[in-house]
Design a protein around this ligand. Structure first.
Ligand SMILES: Nc1ncnc2c1ncn2[C@@H]1O[C@H](COP(=O)(O)OP(=O)(O)OP(=O)(O)O)[C@@H](O)[C@H]1O
Length: 361
């Protein structure tokens, strides 16, 4: 049985529909990450699971029980926010055991649970400090400690690392991954950060405008995006999209070409129903540069960025579109230089035109 099950869950604020019908199952021990552009409803969905927001319609089950009308504290869930929400006048120990104190736990129970949380989070030496004597990462650890002592069935994280600098984010990301393994807990995590999503998740849920676009493992989403939106949203730099003419199509394959692309045959996966227009997606990492005239994709270089371990080239293709390619070696191109690219058609993705593409980032 799934630990958590959402069935046709919707949320409206007055006439505004924010979550438009979400179905999702989360198994015990899974690490699930919600991603999507700003305003797509990630936080709202998380808050509905926690009980901080009402569910307008549909059902939410936790452990097989419908909990739509249960208050947050009876759902067996703990939430960790981006603002740490810890009390400045209390020590770390008092902050961590706060929920237990409220619940009337004994001194011994509090001591045992705080000691365990402090051990898991490696913060035994911080227990007698006040929040003002802690770094941002340490404060976030206190907030997580407060969640751990409640032994929740499910942990919810709403962008917990977004206030931290890049180095600390990486440390805390690894710490949260380790925590997930140590606690064998179910975790749902909202983030803007692709790296967090790709590295932490067992399962990523991509949301757009209050709807689920695709659910899958990070690699399924990266290698088999279900639509143009997911294809453009995951991966950095973003996937390139070429408007192509589909000249032939049979049960499995389609022949495509345009002014910059010599005819190639790619799998259409049922997304194209006949000759006409299509959009071909090619990841920047999936191309190689060859001698001008000997490749299948033709353009000119606008600019290159040499990053040491890789080179990023921005080019204009012969159909007028912009194309980004990354090469995993140091390469030097002159501005205006002709460039030809090759790629493996199995790594290209054909989509129907007209779907909204996600904003590049
Ligand atoms: N109380 C409210 N009343 C009306 N609209 C709201 C309310 N709370 C959120 N919204 C709207 O619901 C939509 C989803 O908001 P939500 O905060 O869930 O998005 P998000 O995906 O978490 O965004 P971000 O990544 O920017 O935090 C937004 O368009 C927002 O303006």
């Amino acid at each position: 049985m799934a630990t958590l099950k959402l069935s046709n869950v919707k949320k409206s604020y007055g006439a505004v529909d924010v979550i438009k019908g979400v179905d999702l199952e989360i198994e015990h021990g899974e690490f699930v990450v919600f991603v999507g552009p700003s305003g797509c409803g990630k936080s709202t969905l998380l808050r509905m699971i926690s009980g901080l927001e009402d569910i307008t319609s549909g059902t939410l089950e936790i452990g097989g029980e419908v909990v739509n009308d249960k208050p947050p504290k009876e759902r067996g869930i703990a939430m960790v926010f981006q603002s740490y929400a810890i009390f400045p006048h209390m020590t770390v120990r008092e902050n961590v055991q706060f929920g237990l104190t409220i619940a009337g736990a004994s001194k011994q129970e509090k001591e045992e649970k705080v000691a365990e949380a402090a051990r898991v989070l490696q913060m035994e030496h911080l227990l007698d400090r006040r929040p003002s004597q802690l770094s941002g990462g340490q404060r976030q650890r206190v907030a997580i400690g407060r969640a751990i002592v409640r032994k929740p069935k499910v942990f919810l994280f709403d962008e917990p690392l977004s206030n931290l600098d890049a180095a600390l984010r990486m440390d805390m990301r690894m710490e949260i991954g380790r925590l997930h393994d140590t606690l064998d807990a179910t975790m749902i995590y909202v983030t803007h950060d692709q790296v967090e999503a790709m590295t932490l998740a067992d399962k990523i849920v991509v949301l757009k405008d209050g709807l689920v676009m695709q659910v899958g493992t990070p690699m399924e989403l990266f290698h088999e995006p279900a639509n143009l939106f997911v294809a453009g949203f995951l991966g950095a730099p973003s996937m390139n999209f070429l408007d192509v003419d589909v000249t032939e199509r049979d049960g499995t394959f389609a022949k495509v070409a345009n002014a910059a692309l010599d005819p190639i045959t790619v799998a259409h996966k049922g997304r194209i129903d006949g000759p006409g227009k299509g959009v071909l997606g090619i990841r920047p990492q999936h191309v190689s540069a060859v001698e001008p005239g000997s490749g299948m994709l033709h353009g000119k270089v606008n600019m290159t960025e040499r990053l040491g371990t890789e080179t990023v080239a921005n080019m204009t293709l012969q159909d007028g579109s912009t194309f980004i390619a990354t090469f995993d070696e140091d390469k030097i191109f002159q501005q205006g230089e002709s460039i030809d690219l090759v790629f493996s058609p199995e790594q290209a993705h054909l989509f129907a035109p007209g779907e909204m593409k996600s904003a590049a980032h």
